[in-house]
Design a protein around this ligand. Structure first.
Ligand SMILES: *[C@@H]1O[C@H](CO)[C@@H](O)[C@H](O)[C@H]1NC(C)=O
Length: 293
């Protein structure tokens, strides 16, 4: 019986040992390494097919990220990969290269993945992309700021403008109109190309009117024309006339004051000459009695 048991026991131990070895052998192999956030396997690691217990692979920072610290070595321990000691941070595209008449809103940062808005200065128009995106290779998105232009200035009857160029006038440029001899201008003589590509005023008209004006008419028209025939936008001319009105009023008032002042001085002078009793006491009622005596 003892011998029998012994053989039975040995067999059991043997099979247990076999099972143990099998389990350990199975655990001694790591799975194909997965990838960790913002990290990728090195090419060498990608070429490996077997990952026995104790083996190591190296990971590096992924696209758009750079190493901040660590080695990137990952070990197969007890059939599992430990976590890499690598720290990766986003690359920084920095401030975009300055371009003429262009600005950027970088309040959202300039790190990998950031999107910034592109602006043009007043009077400049954006062409291309209105945003730039930070990629691993740098900013992506082409934009340009081109100066706004206006249509070539219109021709007018009985007058001309000073625009001789074949090009379109640009933002801020001013075109001047003059009327031919014998014609008077109605409207502004200067028109400017504004930031939205339009002129601030319509071109003036040249009317045959001056010839019939007499000297007297001229005197009146200088003050009347701005309010009647000039359209809005000619505040300056209207203002000047308003100011003239004020000046006339002020001068008249000053004249009146001077006259009144002179009158008073004259009056007091005459009173003094009349007698020496100009002490103003004559106005007091109790003294009036004595005066009447
Ligand atoms: C820039 O963008 C931020 C949002 O990212 C916004 O709050 C801010 O008003 C913008 N600034 C300008 C000047 O447009």
């Amino acid at each position: 019986m003892d011998i029998l048991l012994d053989t039975c026991g040995r067999r059991r131990v043997k099979s247990l040992l076999m099972m143990y070895l099998f389990v350990v052998n199975a655990a001694a192999e790591c799975p194909k390494p997965h990838e960790w956030e913002n990290m990728v396997l090195t090419n060498e690691a990608l070429l490996l097919n077997e990952f026995p217990e104790g083996s190591e692979v190296t990971v590096e920072c992924g696209n758009g990220y750079i190493k901040e610290s660590g080695t990137g070595i990952v070990n197969c321990i007890n059939g599992n990969w430990n976590n890499p000691d690598l720290n990766c941070k986003k690359t920084d595209c920095g401030h975009p290269k300055p371009q003429p008449n262009m600005s950027f809103n970088t309040s959202g940062g300039t790190l990998f993945g950031a999107v910034i808005k592109v602006f043009c200065d007043k009077g400049y128009q954006l062409s291309g992309s209105s945003y730039k995106r930070c990629y691993a290779t740098g900013w992506f998105g082409r934009s340009n700021c081109k100066i706004v232009t206006c249509a070539k200035p219109g021709e007018i009857d009985n007058g001309r403008n000073n625009w001789v160029s074949e090009d379109r006038p640009k933002y801020g440029e001013i075109i001047q109109y003059v009327c031919n001899d014998g014609y008077s201008r109605v409207g502004t003589d200067k028109i400017a190309c504004n930031e939205i590509g339009q002129y601030d005023f319509p071109p003036p008209e040249c009317k045959s009117g001056r010839v019939i004006l007499t000297a007297e008419d001229k005197a009146t028209t200088t003050s009347v024309t701005p309010t009647t025939s000039f359209q809005d936008g000619h505040d300056e001319i209207v203002d000047i006339n308003k100011n003239n009105g004020h000046i006339i009023l002020a001068v008249t008032l000053a004249f009146i004051f001077v006259l009144v002042g002179l009158g008073l001085i004259l009056y007091r002078f005459l009173l003094k000459r009349k007698g020496s009793y100009d002490t103003r006491e004559d106005l007091k009622p109790e003294l009036l009695q004595f005066q009447n005596l």
